[in-house]
Design a protein around this ligand. Structure first.
Ligand code: FHN
Length: 587
């Protein structure tokens, strides 16, 4: 029999200590969650073209490393260009030193991008920088060694699906019509052997960054298994598999330059550009400032993610001057404020008018992007007692803290010490108790409850998939729940609707939706494959009294599998007579 949950108990629960659900993956993710900030490097023969081929230009904002594809440059001609690649100014130690000075903790250069050219000594394909250019050196080896020497972690990007040089690789249909391709042959001859080389020639890799996902789980599993068999501690990014299937690999990759609207509970990373391209373009001078990068870093980290920030070096091995200037600016800030980034977790505290927060045991870091004109910072929704407050850059000078109508007030200097982001540390007693304000009802509307405003508990996780977007999953028992606090102003009947995706193995699993003290039980209906969402009507629920309510959803009983990929619950106001929807299944 279902337990009745009282609204009061649930409200109290919403203010209870935040217990971060254990994210998937093993110990190998530990460094990833600690380090937060990495350098992506897109570098290859396309840098020689620098965004232009035979008078035709890649538009500013588009990807210069795609030039071969965009202009259908014949393989024979592109190979000629690649043969001239001679980056005499390449200095691995300088590149690594720049990353380190910026506060980056891991480095991920492109070992082979979609053009098929290997930036390392490959026995599987002579189309590589050592065997096919006057340079004859191996930049991947030099970067791996320089990284280790500097104490940075080293990983590689490898384009496992796309290859415009190999007749059977994905993407080049101007030289090799799709109909004649044998993709399996490409995997066997080049892609898998090259990944093996990378895993055996350069010492321990912190991760392999695959791109543009393989079609079938079986194909992707071959890459994951190869990595696991040769380097079990090496992470595999989420793009190893098909974007519209469930995560394969250790962590989820957002889309290029992607930013989730709210916090996520599973490990994730977003790759982002410094201008509008990954590979070097001499036309694209739309550089992000250090301040912009710092605020992005804070936003990503406050939502639980990692920032993989790209540089696109020039063909001679020089890093563009604006890139250096931005990274040095970021580094100066990180030298003072790195503590507020490394090892922090997704913050349950909502964005404030002055900026964002990152959290660590016993500390809340207030990242102030907009300095308060009355020199008072207001932090809402935190129930803990405060022990001390100070600027991270100046810990000895303590700031005055007070409470006013539930908000914590911190007295700060008149002027922002750091216009990009001044970090104020708030030391708190005990585990963080953060409470979101209730969702307030607009005059004649109901409520749309999704992952953004949800509070997850137990194993339930806010997740992301490039195809399906954001959802809540990983719930297998009644302790795994999502809840929302509502301030309802209009009484009467509401139609309750739920949107989710469920595969055949979840069909029939029971779940409970509670609206205050009212419980509605239902069972999961198969909707199709991963991320094929459907909406079900759970009937009418009557709200007799205006006021605070908690709405929650959880599995009714422990089960073997995942309940569902939950998208949203809707409470729609209706003008029909109330009929109790309790115990009604989906229709
Ligand atoms: O097509 C590539 C692109 O060139 C670049 O490598 C980015 C980096 O995330 N990934 C692909 C597009 O998603």
């Amino acid at each position: 029999m279902l337990k009745t949950l009282s609204a009061i108990a649930l409200l109290a629960g919403a203010a209870a200590a935040l217990s971060a659900p254990p994210p998937g993956g093993a110990d190998r993710l530990r460094w990833f969650k600690e380090d937060k900030f990495g350098m992506f490097i897109h570098w290859g023969p396309y840098a020689l073209l620098a965004g232009e081929w035979k008078g035709r230009q890649i538009p500013v904002g588009a990807e210069a490393e795609w030039i071969m594809h965009r202009f259908n440059i014949p393989v024979r001609e592109y190979r000629e260009i690649a043969r001239a690649f001679n980056p005499v100014k390449f200095d691995a130690a300088r590149w690594v030193a720049l990353a380190k000075a910026a506060g980056m903790r891991y480095i991920v250069p492109t070992a082979k991008h979609h053009d098929g050219f290997a930036m390392y000594k490959s026995a599987a394909s002579a189309y590589n920088i050592v065997d096919g250019t006057p340079f004859k050196r191996d930049p991947i080896k030099e970067l791996a060694e320089a990284s280790r020497k500097a104490g940075l972690r080293f990983g590689v990007y490898y384009s496992h699906r796309e290859d415009w040089d190999h007749p059977d690789g994905f993407g080049n249909t101007w030289d090799y019509p799709a109909a004649g391709k044998d993709f399996e042959r490409y995997l066997a001859e080049k892609s898998l052997p090259q990944v093996r080389e990378l895993l055996t020639q350069y010492g321990p890799l912190c991760l392999i960054w695959f791109d543009r996902g393989l079609e079938t789980p079986a194909q992707a599993a071959r890459f994951v298994n190869l990595v696991r068999s040769l380097q079990p501690d090496c992470l595999v990014n989420g793009r190893v598999g098909n974007y519209s299937q469930d995560l394969m690999g250790d962590y989820q990759c957002l889309g290029d330059n992607g930013m989730p609207p709210g916090g996520l509970d599973e490990p994730w990373e977003t790759p982002q550009t410094l201008n509008g391209t990954w590979g070097y373009s001499r036309f694209d001078q739309q550089w992000k400032s250090a301040g912009n990068v710092i605020q992005r870093l804070v936003e990503i980290v406050s939502k639980g993610g990692n920032y993989l920030l790209n540089i696109g070096p020039m063909a001679d091995g020089t890093i563009p001057a604006p890139t250096v200037a931005t990274l040095e600016g970021v580094g100066a800030w990180m030298a003072r404020n790195g503590e507020s980034i490394y090892g922090t977790t997704a913050s349950p505290i909502l964005e404030a008018p002055w900026g964002r927060t990152t959290v660590k045991s016993g500390k809340i870091y207030l990242h102030v992007f907009h300095w308060p004109s009355d020199a008072t910072l207001r932090l809402h929704g935190v129930a803990n007692e405060t022990k001390a407050a100070y600027l991270l850059a100046e810990p000895v000078r303590k700031l005055k803290v007070a409470r006013d109508e539930g908000a914590i007030l911190v007295s700060v200097p008149e002027r922002a010490p750091d216009p990009d982001d001044t970090v104020v540390v708030l030391e708190i007693a005990g585990a963080l108790r953060a409470e979101r304000p209730p969702l307030v009802q607009a005059s004649d509307e109901g409520f749309d409850l999704d992952d953004l405003e949800a509070r997850t508990e137990g194993g339930a996780m806010k997740r992301f998939n490039r195809d399906g977007g954001f959802h809540i999953a990983k719930w297998t028992g009644p302790g795994d729940a999502a809840s929302w606090r509502l301030l309802v102003s209009r009484t009467g009947p509401y139609r309750l609707k739920i949107t989710y995706a469920a595969r055949a193995e979840s069909a029939g699993l029971k779940y409970v939706v509670a609206v205050g003290t009212r419980e509605i039980s239902a069972s999961v209906t198969r909707t199709g494959d991963w991320f094929q969402y459907a909406t079900f009507d759970l009937g009418l629920v009557t709200i007799d009294k205006a006021g605070n309510y908690v709405v929650s959803i959880r599995p009714a009983a422990p089960g073997d599998g995942e309940l569902m990929y939950f998208k949203s619950l809707a409470l729609e106001q209706v003008n029909e007579p109330a009929a109790d929807g309790a115990k009604r299944g989906p229709r």
